[in-house]
Design a protein around this ligand. Structure first.
Ligand code: ADP
Ligand code: MG
Length: 680
């Protein structure tokens, strides 16, 4: 692949004055010396004074300057956690919360989960003693439910504010309000060098504290012509860099787990084939569901003589800093949620990243020495095809979850909530309508008893509704499993390249008539019968880690059942009950087979069954889907066969008999709903 050098990202340091690679420095020096070497350290006193003098402080600093790991420790050392008060530091991403907490625990010489801990959905690694709490922004949002004034916190640091996730944006409004009647609460808003003026304006012109960065210049290269297959281009470019460029690690930005795993496999494969013709290349992935022992590996220093390539999602853009990166490879894409309030369809698509994002990525190459960034697109594309900045999530997502939460907090007038950027009016309206249809709100827009219960469960309203409905259909045991399995979505089956046929056969063996939700249930049930065995997973091409996670999630949901007054009951193999309970939550996500393929029932959108689905070949007349994913087409992922009459049964206020009529209906084949035993 041919690259042309087109521009340079200015640094504040001379290329030649680079310090020795700090990965090596880290090995030699003590952890305290490393702490003192971070850009934030010289500003420690000044920063603490500013925090003492102002209730709200915006902190701006280059990625890697020590905001996330150091500032909470400074506050701890300064006595902000006296009398059992806690410090919260929010992260938009689970992996970041875990990894940063682990790092800080190590720096403080304490066990993770004691003084320092993290709290992410379905995983709480904190204790009574935990005073430094790293948590996802979503978790802090849920804290408001149990402690609306955050009374046990002395400091709240909203970190990575520039990411503008939905939860961070909502936190802004809530925290601003709490700060008004808790003058002793300190609020810190930390961000990479983006958007700080807006944050300051939002918080009544709060002062901005700037931590000067240390950046080395980064040379930017573009491809001469657009690349058709960016994954292949990535792999080729990594090897090209490895063979032609001086030492220094490589960071590659891809969009998600599947892509990252594919790229890592391709890279390892080619390195193996090249054998001793090239130097050693360590290939390390990092994405949200990667288990923590694997996550830790990306931070380990590269052995002398070898080179490391980290293949990452957006997480490495600003949330995590990996030492020793000199080369960045940027295909220019990210996975983004988008939402169409007209149709109510949410989809996850691979889209070009923004210019701001591309520049953050390039910046990762200039942290320890002058670096290079290779963009797998043309200079023209950068100029003309990339948006300036990423649209805040609140403007491209469904709001059901957040609206339910705000309603539970007693915030009724959502149109006048203090939003940094308001969501589209139609999206808000649709969220209210959906919550009404799910029975969470009454016709006055007030929270119902059922709505209050739904808010108790840390899952989407539709999933909550499904769990609540399992009481009526006496199948909560099965529904809990389905809910847990859905939440570890798409990472259940394992499909190694050299055993594709075996893996696919193993998957098909789990198929049950009725659809994918029952397949998930089947996998889990058989695994449980095996005694939760890892050997069983191995033999059946099932990912043990995902299953273990599903088991954790299931246990936690089971623990919450009592709070929402659902008893533990089993359907004893009567899967129609399970399917009806699922339908009670997902009656919004329905499609019917027409002469021209599947159309969503209400909006008549064209959709397709995902080829991985167990129903791909059967094409049932009516179905519901868990989610839509837009790749080449709008694919429905995790689909379940239903009967149209069930829709009238579970959502009579939403469906009219007339819309469910089917002029060319023939009788449904009665093969569904049998137990595994009956099927042999
Ligand atoms: P910021 O929040 O300003 O981006 P951080 O506090 O995350 O900066 O990072 C400060 C330093 O700590 C960086 O040099 C980074 O490499 C290091 N660091 C962070 N997490 C880890 C980890 N898990 N292992 C090793 N080093 C880490
Ligand atoms: Mg940070």
């Amino acid at each position: 692949i041919e690259f042309v050098r087109a521009a340079q990202l200015q640094g504040d340091e001379e290329p030649s004055s680079g310090p020795p690679l700090s990965a090596q420095a880290q090995q030699k020096e003590s952890i305290q010396a490393v702490r003192r070497s971070l850009p934030v350290f010289p500003f420690r006193e000044e920063l603490l004074t500013a925090i003492a003098n102002h209730q709200v402080l915006i902190i701006e600093g280059e990625t890697g300057s020590g905001k996330t790991t150091q500032i909470p420790q400074y506050l701890f050392e300064e006595g902000y956690t006296k009398k059992g008060m806690k410090i919260a530091c929010t992260q938009p991403r689970r992996v970041a919360a875990m990894s940063v907490a682990a790092r800080v625990a190590r720096e403080m010489g304490v066990k993770l989960g004691n003084e320092v801990g993290y709290s992410i959905r379905f995983e709480d690694c904190t204790s009574e003693r935990t005073v430094l709490r790293y948590m996802t922004d979503g978790m802090l949002l849920r804290e408001f439910l149990s402690e609306p004034d955050l009374a046990s916190y002395s400091v709240v640091m909203v970190d990575e504010a520039h990411e503008r996730t939905l939860h961070t944006d909502i936190l802004f409004g809530l925290i601003k309000d709490v700060a008004r009647f808790r003058p002793e609460l300190k609020v810190l808003v930390a961000s990479a060098t983006l958007d700080t003026a807006r944050f300051s304006a939002f918080f009544d012109d709060a002062p901005v504290f700037r931590i000067p960065g240390r950046r080395f210049p980064v040379d930017i290269f573009y491809t001469k012509a657009p690349e058709a297959d960016y994954l292949e281009a990535c792999v080729v470019s990594v090897l090209q860099i490895h063979v032609t460029q001086p030492p220094g690690d490589i960071l590659v930005f891809l969009t998600g787990q599947e892509e990252i795993e594919a790229a890592c496999e391709m890279l390892q494969d080619r390195c193996r084939r090249l054998g001793s013709k090239i130097r050693e290349l360590l290939v390390l992935p990092i994405y949200a569901n990667l288990p923590s022992d694997m996550q830790a590996r990306i931070f380990q220093p590269t052995p002398p003589g070898a080179r490391k390539v980290v293949v990452a999602t957006n997480i490495a853009e600003t949330s995590l800093t990996i030492e020793g990166i000199i080369y960045v490879l940027d295909p220019g894409f990210c996975k983004q949620k988008s939402y169409n309030p007209r149709t109510g369809m949410e989809s996850l698509t691979v889209t070009p990243c923004s210019k701001a994002s591309a520049n953050q990525r390039a910046g990762r190459a200039g942290r320890v020495a002058a670096g290079k960034c290779f963009r797998l697109y043309t200079a023209w594309a950068y100029q003309h095809e990339l948006e300036e900045t990423t649209v805040p999530e609140i403007q491209r997502t469904s709001l059901g979850n957040v609206v339910l939460l705000l309603k539970s907090l007693g915030i009724h007038d959502l149109m006048h909530f203090d939003f940094l950027d308001p969501p589209p009016y139609e999206t808000l309206l649709l969220a209210l309508e959906q919550l009404y249809a799910l029975g969470a709100l009454n016709h006055l827009g007030e929270l119902t008893t059922s709505g209050r219960k739904m808010a108790e469960l840390p899952v989407d309203p539709m999933l909550s509704k499904m769990i609540l409905a399992s009481e009526k259909y006496s199948c909560s045991e099965e529904i809990l499993t389905v809910a847990a399995m859905l939440s570890v979505n798409n990472s259940i089956f394992y499909r190694p390249k050299d055993k594709v046929v075996h893996a696919d056969n193993a998957r098909v063996n789990f198929f049950l008539p009725g659809g994918d939700h029952l397949v998930l249930l089947n996998v889990y049930t058989q695994w449980a019968e095996s005694g939760y065995s890892s050997q069983w997973c191995y033999e059946n091409f099932v990912q043990f880690r995902s299953m273990r996670r599903a088991r954790d999630v299931r246990e936690q949901l089971e623990g919450l059942l009592e709070r929402v007054e659902v008893g533990l009951t089993s359907c004893q193999g009567d899967y129609v009950r399970v399917r009806k309970a699922i339908t009670s939550g997902y009656f919004y996500h329905t499609a019917r087979l027409t002469r021209s393929g599947y159309r969503t029932v209400k909006q008549q959108q064209t959709v397709f069954i995902h080829p991985n689905s167990s129903l791909f070949e059967q094409q049932p007349r009516w179905l519901l889907y868990h989610e839509l994913v837009l790749t080449t087409k709008e694919f429905m992922r995790q689909v379940l066969e239903i009967e149209s009459s069930w829709l009238l049964e579970v959502a009579p206020h939403y469906y009219k008999a007339k819309e469910l009529e089917d002029p060319h209906a023939k009788k449904m084949p009665k093969k569904v709903g049998k137990t595994r035993e009956e099927l042999g």
